[in-house]
Design a binder for this molecule. Structure first.
Ligand code: NAD
Ligand code: DAU
Length: 378
Protein backbone atom coordinates (compact mmCIF):
# COMPACT_ATOMS: atom_id res chain seq x y z
CA UNK A 1 0.00 0.00 0.00
CA UNK A 2 1.23 3.50 -0.82
CA UNK A 3 1.49 5.71 2.24
CA UNK A 4 2.89 9.14 3.04
CA UNK A 5 4.34 9.36 6.52
CA UNK A 6 5.92 12.26 8.39
CA UNK A 7 8.58 11.16 10.85
CA UNK A 8 9.36 14.05 13.19
CA UNK A 9 12.81 14.26 14.78
CA UNK A 10 14.23 12.05 12.03
CA UNK A 11 17.62 13.77 12.20
CA UNK A 12 18.06 12.81 15.86
CA UNK A 13 19.37 9.61 17.39
CA UNK A 14 16.36 7.26 17.41
CA UNK A 15 14.56 9.11 14.61
CA UNK A 16 17.43 8.52 12.17
CA UNK A 17 17.23 4.77 12.78
CA UNK A 18 13.45 4.82 12.29
CA UNK A 19 13.77 6.85 9.06
CA UNK A 20 16.46 4.48 7.73
CA UNK A 21 14.39 1.40 8.53
CA UNK A 22 11.20 2.76 6.89
CA UNK A 23 12.98 4.17 3.80
CA UNK A 24 14.81 0.89 3.15
CA UNK A 25 12.02 -1.51 4.08
CA UNK A 26 9.10 0.30 2.41
CA UNK A 27 10.19 1.69 -0.99
CA UNK A 28 6.49 2.20 -1.82
CA UNK A 29 6.09 4.66 1.11
CA UNK A 30 6.87 8.34 0.86
CA UNK A 31 8.89 9.15 4.01
CA UNK A 32 9.16 12.81 5.02
CA UNK A 33 11.70 13.58 7.72
CA UNK A 34 10.46 16.73 9.50
CA UNK A 35 13.06 18.20 11.81
CA UNK A 36 13.99 21.65 13.07
CA UNK A 37 17.68 20.69 13.32
CA UNK A 38 18.30 21.82 16.87
CA UNK A 39 21.72 21.03 18.36
CA UNK A 40 20.54 17.37 18.51
CA UNK A 41 19.57 17.13 14.84
CA UNK A 42 22.29 15.91 12.50
CA UNK A 43 21.59 15.11 8.85
CA UNK A 44 24.95 13.35 8.65
CA UNK A 45 23.16 10.53 10.50
CA UNK A 46 21.25 9.84 7.27
CA UNK A 47 23.93 10.21 4.58
CA UNK A 48 23.40 6.64 3.39
CA UNK A 49 19.73 7.15 2.49
CA UNK A 50 19.45 10.86 1.68
CA UNK A 51 19.32 10.27 -2.10
CA UNK A 52 16.67 7.54 -2.03
CA UNK A 53 13.59 8.48 -4.11
CA UNK A 54 11.12 7.75 -1.30
CA UNK A 55 12.92 10.06 1.20
CA UNK A 56 12.68 13.80 1.65
CA UNK A 57 13.75 16.21 4.35
CA UNK A 58 11.83 19.28 5.50
CA UNK A 59 13.33 21.70 7.99
CA UNK A 60 10.38 22.72 10.12
CA UNK A 61 9.52 23.39 13.75
CA UNK A 62 6.81 21.13 15.18
CA UNK A 63 5.46 24.24 16.93
CA UNK A 64 4.73 25.82 13.52
CA UNK A 65 1.11 24.68 13.22
CA UNK A 66 0.35 26.48 9.94
CA UNK A 67 3.36 25.10 8.04
CA UNK A 68 2.68 21.58 9.26
CA UNK A 69 -0.94 21.82 8.19
CA UNK A 70 0.10 23.07 4.70
CA UNK A 71 2.67 20.29 4.38
CA UNK A 72 0.17 17.60 5.35
CA UNK A 73 -2.33 18.95 2.82
CA UNK A 74 0.24 19.30 0.03
CA UNK A 75 1.69 15.80 0.54
CA UNK A 76 -1.54 14.05 1.54
CA UNK A 77 -0.01 12.72 4.73
CA UNK A 78 -1.79 9.73 6.30
CA UNK A 79 0.60 8.83 9.11
CA UNK A 80 2.74 10.66 11.66
CA UNK A 81 5.44 9.01 13.74
CA UNK A 82 6.35 11.66 16.28
CA UNK A 83 9.82 11.55 17.82
CA UNK A 84 10.87 15.22 17.77
CA UNK A 85 11.54 16.41 21.30
CA UNK A 86 14.00 17.95 23.65
CA UNK A 87 15.35 14.73 25.14
CA UNK A 88 18.13 15.39 27.67
CA UNK A 89 17.18 15.41 31.36
CA UNK A 90 20.14 17.57 32.45
CA UNK A 91 19.18 20.29 29.94
CA UNK A 92 15.58 20.20 31.19
CA UNK A 93 16.78 20.92 34.72
CA UNK A 94 18.53 24.08 33.47
CA UNK A 95 15.92 25.19 30.91
CA UNK A 96 12.43 23.76 31.51
CA UNK A 97 10.67 26.32 29.28
CA UNK A 98 12.22 24.94 26.10
CA UNK A 99 10.99 21.48 27.07
CA UNK A 100 7.43 22.67 27.65
CA UNK A 101 7.50 24.59 24.37
CA UNK A 102 8.81 21.77 22.17
CA UNK A 103 7.46 18.70 23.88
CA UNK A 104 4.04 20.00 24.92
CA UNK A 105 3.19 22.84 22.54
CA UNK A 106 4.97 21.16 19.62
CA UNK A 107 3.04 17.93 20.09
CA UNK A 108 -0.20 19.89 20.43
CA UNK A 109 0.52 21.82 17.20
CA UNK A 110 1.13 18.57 15.34
CA UNK A 111 -2.05 17.02 16.74
CA UNK A 112 -4.13 20.06 15.82
CA UNK A 113 -2.72 20.24 12.28
CA UNK A 114 -3.43 16.54 11.80
CA UNK A 115 -6.93 16.91 13.23
CA UNK A 116 -7.92 19.79 10.98
CA UNK A 117 -6.42 18.19 7.88
CA UNK A 118 -7.74 14.66 8.44
CA UNK A 119 -11.23 15.88 9.44
CA UNK A 120 -11.40 17.86 6.16
CA UNK A 121 -11.08 14.67 4.09
CA UNK A 122 -14.10 12.65 2.93
CA UNK A 123 -12.75 9.50 4.61
CA UNK A 124 -11.77 11.54 7.73
CA UNK A 125 -9.67 9.43 10.14
CA UNK A 126 -10.01 6.22 8.15
CA UNK A 127 -6.54 4.77 7.48
CA UNK A 128 -4.79 7.48 9.49
CA UNK A 129 -2.49 7.12 12.50
CA UNK A 130 -0.77 9.51 14.90
CA UNK A 131 1.93 7.46 16.64
CA UNK A 132 3.61 9.22 19.58
CA UNK A 133 6.99 8.03 20.87
CA UNK A 134 7.34 8.52 24.60
CA UNK A 135 9.56 7.42 27.43
CA UNK A 136 9.46 5.16 30.49
CA UNK A 137 10.45 8.20 32.60
CA UNK A 138 6.79 9.31 32.73
CA UNK A 139 6.15 6.50 35.24
CA UNK A 140 8.59 8.04 37.73
CA UNK A 141 11.10 5.86 39.55
CA UNK A 142 11.03 2.34 40.95
CA UNK A 143 12.50 1.18 44.25
CA UNK A 144 15.64 -0.88 44.44
CA UNK A 145 14.55 -3.68 46.75
CA UNK A 146 17.31 -6.09 45.59
CA UNK A 147 20.57 -4.10 45.45
CA UNK A 148 22.54 -7.18 44.35
CA UNK A 149 19.98 -8.10 41.69
CA UNK A 150 17.65 -11.07 41.26
CA UNK A 151 16.75 -13.23 38.30
CA UNK A 152 13.80 -11.48 36.62
CA UNK A 153 10.55 -13.38 36.05
CA UNK A 154 10.66 -12.83 32.27
CA UNK A 155 12.22 -14.58 29.32
CA UNK A 156 13.13 -13.23 25.90
CA UNK A 157 15.26 -14.61 23.11
CA UNK A 158 17.91 -12.13 24.22
CA UNK A 159 17.64 -13.24 27.83
CA UNK A 160 20.57 -15.60 27.69
CA UNK A 161 22.79 -12.56 28.20
CA UNK A 162 25.20 -13.21 31.03
CA UNK A 163 24.10 -10.16 33.01
CA UNK A 164 20.36 -10.57 33.36
CA UNK A 165 19.25 -9.16 36.67
CA UNK A 166 16.39 -7.15 38.12
CA UNK A 167 16.97 -4.80 41.05
CA UNK A 168 13.41 -5.02 42.40
CA UNK A 169 10.21 -6.99 41.88
CA UNK A 170 8.25 -4.06 40.47
CA UNK A 171 8.37 -3.03 36.80
CA UNK A 172 6.78 -0.30 34.71
CA UNK A 173 3.56 -1.72 33.25
CA UNK A 174 1.19 0.09 30.91
CA UNK A 175 -1.47 0.58 33.60
CA UNK A 176 0.78 2.44 36.07
CA UNK A 177 -0.14 6.01 36.91
CA UNK A 178 2.15 8.74 35.65
CA UNK A 179 4.54 10.20 38.25
CA UNK A 180 7.14 12.22 36.33
CA UNK A 181 9.89 13.90 38.35
CA UNK A 182 12.09 15.88 35.96
CA UNK A 183 10.96 18.77 33.76
CA UNK A 184 11.79 16.50 30.79
CA UNK A 185 9.56 13.65 31.94
CA UNK A 186 6.83 16.08 33.03
CA UNK A 187 6.79 17.56 29.53
CA UNK A 188 6.69 14.09 27.93
CA UNK A 189 3.88 13.02 30.28
CA UNK A 190 1.91 16.11 29.33
CA UNK A 191 2.36 15.40 25.62
CA UNK A 192 1.21 11.78 26.14
CA UNK A 193 -1.97 13.11 27.82
CA UNK A 194 -2.66 15.43 24.87
CA UNK A 195 -2.27 12.55 22.40
CA UNK A 196 -4.73 10.39 24.33
CA UNK A 197 -7.09 13.38 24.70
CA UNK A 198 -7.18 13.78 20.90
CA UNK A 199 -8.29 10.17 20.59
CA UNK A 200 -10.87 10.38 23.35
CA UNK A 201 -12.26 13.79 22.33
CA UNK A 202 -12.05 13.81 18.53
CA UNK A 203 -11.66 10.13 17.66
CA UNK A 204 -8.17 10.57 16.18
CA UNK A 205 -6.46 7.17 15.78
CA UNK A 206 -3.46 7.40 18.11
CA UNK A 207 -0.93 5.06 19.70
CA UNK A 208 1.56 5.90 22.47
CA UNK A 209 4.64 3.85 23.27
CA UNK A 210 6.96 4.23 26.26
CA UNK A 211 10.49 2.98 25.80
CA UNK A 212 13.48 2.49 28.09
CA UNK A 213 17.01 3.92 27.58
CA UNK A 214 18.31 3.41 24.05
CA UNK A 215 21.96 2.95 23.10
CA UNK A 216 23.69 2.52 19.74
CA UNK A 217 25.20 4.52 16.85
CA UNK A 218 24.46 8.22 16.21
CA UNK A 219 23.56 9.15 19.80
CA UNK A 220 24.47 12.72 20.72
CA UNK A 221 27.52 12.64 23.04
CA UNK A 222 25.82 14.38 25.94
CA UNK A 223 24.20 11.02 26.87
CA UNK A 224 26.02 8.55 29.10
CA UNK A 225 27.28 5.91 26.67
CA UNK A 226 28.65 7.98 23.74
CA UNK A 227 30.00 10.64 26.12
CA UNK A 228 31.91 8.05 28.09
CA UNK A 229 33.21 6.17 25.02
CA UNK A 230 34.62 9.43 23.67
CA UNK A 231 36.09 10.44 27.02
CA UNK A 232 37.76 7.05 27.53
CA UNK A 233 39.26 7.24 24.06
CA UNK A 234 40.64 10.69 24.85
CA UNK A 235 41.53 9.78 28.44
CA UNK A 236 39.24 12.44 29.92
CA UNK A 237 37.45 12.08 33.30
CA UNK A 238 34.16 10.14 33.40
CA UNK A 239 31.67 12.13 35.51
CA UNK A 240 29.61 9.54 37.41
CA UNK A 241 26.60 11.15 39.08
CA UNK A 242 26.19 10.36 42.80
CA UNK A 243 27.39 6.86 43.67
CA UNK A 244 26.70 5.37 40.24
CA UNK A 245 24.04 3.15 41.83
CA UNK A 246 21.09 4.30 39.68
CA UNK A 247 19.62 1.62 37.45
CA UNK A 248 18.65 2.03 33.80
CA UNK A 249 17.14 -0.53 31.42
CA UNK A 250 19.04 -0.52 28.11
CA UNK A 251 17.72 -1.36 24.64
CA UNK A 252 19.67 -1.36 21.37
CA UNK A 253 18.29 1.45 19.22
CA UNK A 254 17.62 -0.74 16.15
CA UNK A 255 15.42 -2.96 18.33
CA UNK A 256 13.42 0.13 19.29
CA UNK A 257 13.09 1.06 15.60
CA UNK A 258 11.87 -2.49 14.82
CA UNK A 259 9.32 -2.21 17.62
CA UNK A 260 8.07 1.10 16.19
CA UNK A 261 7.68 -0.54 12.76
CA UNK A 262 5.73 -3.47 14.29
CA UNK A 263 3.48 -1.21 16.35
CA UNK A 264 2.88 1.29 13.53
CA UNK A 265 1.63 -1.54 11.31
CA UNK A 266 0.02 -3.95 13.78
CA UNK A 267 -0.69 -2.00 16.97
CA UNK A 268 -4.21 -1.42 18.28
CA UNK A 269 -5.47 2.13 18.01
CA UNK A 270 -5.78 3.97 21.35
CA UNK A 271 -3.48 1.45 22.98
CA UNK A 272 -0.19 1.92 24.85
CA UNK A 273 2.81 -0.40 24.58
CA UNK A 274 5.90 -0.42 26.77
CA UNK A 275 9.14 -1.21 24.93
CA UNK A 276 12.20 -2.59 26.70
CA UNK A 277 14.64 -5.47 26.72
CA UNK A 278 14.64 -6.64 30.38
CA UNK A 279 18.19 -5.38 30.60
CA UNK A 280 18.76 -3.50 33.85
CA UNK A 281 22.19 -2.20 34.76
CA UNK A 282 23.56 -0.09 37.57
CA UNK A 283 25.35 2.88 35.98
CA UNK A 284 28.68 1.97 37.55
CA UNK A 285 28.49 -1.59 36.20
CA UNK A 286 27.69 -0.48 32.66
CA UNK A 287 30.47 2.12 32.87
CA UNK A 288 32.96 -0.64 33.76
CA UNK A 289 31.78 -2.72 30.80
CA UNK A 290 32.22 0.29 28.51
CA UNK A 291 35.73 0.99 29.87
CA UNK A 292 36.80 -2.64 29.40
CA UNK A 293 35.34 -2.76 25.88
CA UNK A 294 36.93 0.51 24.73
CA UNK A 295 40.30 -0.50 26.21
CA UNK A 296 40.20 -3.93 24.54
CA UNK A 297 39.12 -2.60 21.13
CA UNK A 298 41.82 0.10 21.25
CA UNK A 299 44.46 -2.49 22.10
CA UNK A 300 44.95 -1.11 25.60
CA UNK A 301 45.14 -3.32 28.67
CA UNK A 302 41.54 -4.11 29.69
CA UNK A 303 40.53 -1.94 32.65
CA UNK A 304 43.55 0.33 32.54
CA UNK A 305 41.25 3.37 32.22
CA UNK A 306 39.19 2.59 35.36
CA UNK A 307 40.93 5.49 37.11
CA UNK A 308 39.08 7.91 34.81
CA UNK A 309 35.95 7.25 36.91
CA UNK A 310 35.21 10.47 38.78
CA UNK A 311 32.28 10.67 41.18
CA UNK A 312 30.55 14.05 40.89
CA UNK A 313 27.52 15.78 42.42
CA UNK A 314 24.35 13.85 41.73
CA UNK A 315 21.77 14.96 39.15
CA UNK A 316 18.95 16.89 40.91
CA UNK A 317 15.94 14.62 41.43
CA UNK A 318 17.86 11.68 39.94
CA UNK A 319 15.40 8.78 39.39
CA UNK A 320 16.73 5.66 41.11
CA UNK A 321 15.55 2.81 38.90
CA UNK A 322 13.77 2.32 35.59
CA UNK A 323 12.67 -1.16 34.49
CA UNK A 324 10.21 -1.81 31.69
CA UNK A 325 7.86 -4.76 31.52
CA UNK A 326 7.38 -5.27 27.77
CA UNK A 327 5.50 -8.59 27.99
CA UNK A 328 2.36 -7.02 26.47
CA UNK A 329 4.23 -6.07 23.29
CA UNK A 330 5.92 -9.46 23.14
CA UNK A 331 2.69 -11.37 23.74
CA UNK A 332 0.33 -9.35 21.52
CA UNK A 333 2.55 -8.33 18.61
CA UNK A 334 5.40 -10.84 18.80
CA UNK A 335 8.22 -8.25 19.08
CA UNK A 336 11.36 -9.23 20.98
CA UNK A 337 14.77 -7.62 21.38
CA UNK A 338 17.11 -9.24 18.87
CA UNK A 339 20.44 -8.58 20.51
CA UNK A 340 22.09 -9.73 23.67
CA UNK A 341 23.47 -6.72 25.52
CA UNK A 342 27.07 -7.96 25.29
CA UNK A 343 26.72 -8.04 21.51
CA UNK A 344 24.99 -4.65 21.36
CA UNK A 345 27.55 -2.82 23.49
CA UNK A 346 30.46 -4.33 21.52
CA UNK A 347 28.84 -3.19 18.24
CA UNK A 348 28.18 0.26 19.71
CA UNK A 349 31.70 0.85 21.02
CA UNK A 350 33.17 -0.42 17.74
CA UNK A 351 30.87 1.93 15.79
CA UNK A 352 31.99 5.01 17.73
CA UNK A 353 35.65 4.04 17.44
CA UNK A 354 35.23 3.50 13.68
CA UNK A 355 33.37 6.81 13.24
CA UNK A 356 35.72 9.22 14.97
CA UNK A 357 35.11 11.74 12.20
CA UNK A 358 31.37 11.76 13.00
CA UNK A 359 32.20 12.31 16.69
CA UNK A 360 34.73 15.05 15.91
CA UNK A 361 32.26 16.91 13.68
CA UNK A 362 29.62 16.72 16.43
CA UNK A 363 31.92 17.84 19.23
CA UNK A 364 33.40 20.65 17.09
CA UNK A 365 29.96 21.79 15.89
CA UNK A 366 30.83 21.27 12.19
CA UNK A 367 27.89 18.89 11.69
CA UNK A 368 25.54 21.87 11.92
CA UNK A 369 26.89 23.19 8.60
CA UNK A 370 25.93 20.03 6.71
CA UNK A 371 22.35 21.17 6.11
CA UNK A 372 23.45 24.40 4.45
CA UNK A 373 26.00 22.59 2.28
CA UNK A 374 23.65 19.77 1.22
CA UNK A 375 20.39 21.61 0.81
CA UNK A 376 21.42 25.00 -0.61
CA UNK A 377 20.85 23.85 -4.22
CA UNK A 378 17.79 21.65 -3.68
P1 NAD B 1 17.40 13.42 20.12
O1 NAD B 1 17.57 14.53 21.08
O2 NAD B 1 18.60 12.65 19.67
O3 NAD B 1 16.70 13.97 18.79
C1 NAD B 1 15.60 14.83 18.82
C2 NAD B 1 15.34 15.34 17.41
O4 NAD B 1 14.20 16.20 17.46
C3 NAD B 1 16.49 16.16 16.83
O5 NAD B 1 16.74 15.78 15.49
C4 NAD B 1 15.99 17.60 16.90
O6 NAD B 1 16.52 18.44 15.89
C5 NAD B 1 14.49 17.38 16.73
N1 NAD B 1 13.71 18.49 17.30
C6 NAD B 1 13.83 19.03 18.53
N2 NAD B 1 12.97 20.07 18.66
C7 NAD B 1 12.26 20.14 17.50
C8 NAD B 1 11.21 20.98 17.02
N3 NAD B 1 10.72 21.98 17.78
N4 NAD B 1 10.71 20.77 15.79
C9 NAD B 1 11.21 19.77 15.00
N5 NAD B 1 12.23 18.97 15.39
C10 NAD B 1 12.74 19.14 16.63
O7 NAD B 1 16.30 12.46 20.76
P2 NAD B 1 16.23 10.86 20.80
O8 NAD B 1 17.07 10.39 21.92
O9 NAD B 1 16.42 10.33 19.44
O10 NAD B 1 14.70 10.68 21.24
C11 NAD B 1 13.67 10.69 20.26
C12 NAD B 1 12.34 10.52 20.96
O11 NAD B 1 12.32 9.31 21.67
C13 NAD B 1 12.03 11.63 21.97
O12 NAD B 1 10.66 11.92 21.88
C14 NAD B 1 12.35 10.99 23.32
O13 NAD B 1 11.57 11.54 24.34
C15 NAD B 1 12.00 9.54 23.04
N6 NAD B 1 12.76 8.53 23.82
C16 NAD B 1 14.13 8.56 23.84
C17 NAD B 1 14.82 7.56 24.52
C18 NAD B 1 16.33 7.52 24.56
O14 NAD B 1 16.91 6.68 25.27
N7 NAD B 1 17.04 8.35 23.82
C19 NAD B 1 14.12 6.55 25.18
C20 NAD B 1 12.71 6.57 25.14
C21 NAD B 1 12.05 7.55 24.45
O1 DAU C 1 14.60 6.11 30.03
C1 DAU C 1 14.48 6.72 28.79
C2 DAU C 1 15.26 8.02 28.76
O2 DAU C 1 16.65 7.67 28.72
C3 DAU C 1 14.90 8.92 27.60
O3 DAU C 1 13.56 9.31 27.71
C4 DAU C 1 15.80 10.16 27.56
O4 DAU C 1 15.52 10.93 26.41
C5 DAU C 1 17.24 9.70 27.51
O5 DAU C 1 18.11 10.82 27.55
C6 DAU C 1 17.55 8.75 28.68
O6 DAU C 1 17.52 9.47 29.93
P1 DAU C 1 18.61 9.23 31.08
O7 DAU C 1 18.66 10.44 31.92
O8 DAU C 1 18.41 7.92 31.74
O9 DAU C 1 19.95 9.11 30.14
P2 DAU C 1 21.43 9.70 30.33
O10 DAU C 1 22.27 9.08 29.26
O11 DAU C 1 21.44 11.18 30.46
O12 DAU C 1 21.88 9.10 31.73
C7 DAU C 1 21.89 7.70 31.98
C8 DAU C 1 22.26 7.51 33.44
O13 DAU C 1 23.65 7.87 33.61
C9 DAU C 1 21.48 8.36 34.40
O14 DAU C 1 21.25 7.63 35.60
C10 DAU C 1 22.40 9.54 34.69
C11 DAU C 1 23.79 8.94 34.56
N1 DAU C 1 24.82 9.84 34.04
C12 DAU C 1 24.60 10.49 32.88
C13 DAU C 1 25.55 11.34 32.32
C14 DAU C 1 25.27 12.08 31.02
C15 DAU C 1 26.04 9.98 34.71
O15 DAU C 1 26.26 9.35 35.76
N2 DAU C 1 26.99 10.82 34.17
C16 DAU C 1 26.78 11.52 33.02
O16 DAU C 1 27.69 12.28 32.59
Amino acid sequence: MKRTIIITGGAGFIGSHVVRLFVNKYPEYNIINLDKLTYAGNLENLKDIEDKPNYSFVRMDICDFQSIFELMKEKNVDGIIHLAAESHVDRSIKDPFTFAQTNVMGTLSLLQAAKIYWESLPEKYDGKLFYHISTDEVYGALNMTHPEGIKPPFTTTASSQTHHLAYGEKFFTEDLKYQPHSPYSASKASSDHFVRAFHDTYGMPTIVTNCSNNYGPYQFPEKLIPLFINNIRNRKPLPVYGKGENVRDWLYVEDHARAIDTIFHKGTVADTYNIGGFNEWKNIDIIKVVINTVDRLLGRKEGEDMDLITYVTDRAGHDLRYAIDSTKLQRELGWEPSLQFEEGIEKTVQWYLDHQEWMDRVTSGDYAKYYDEMYKNR
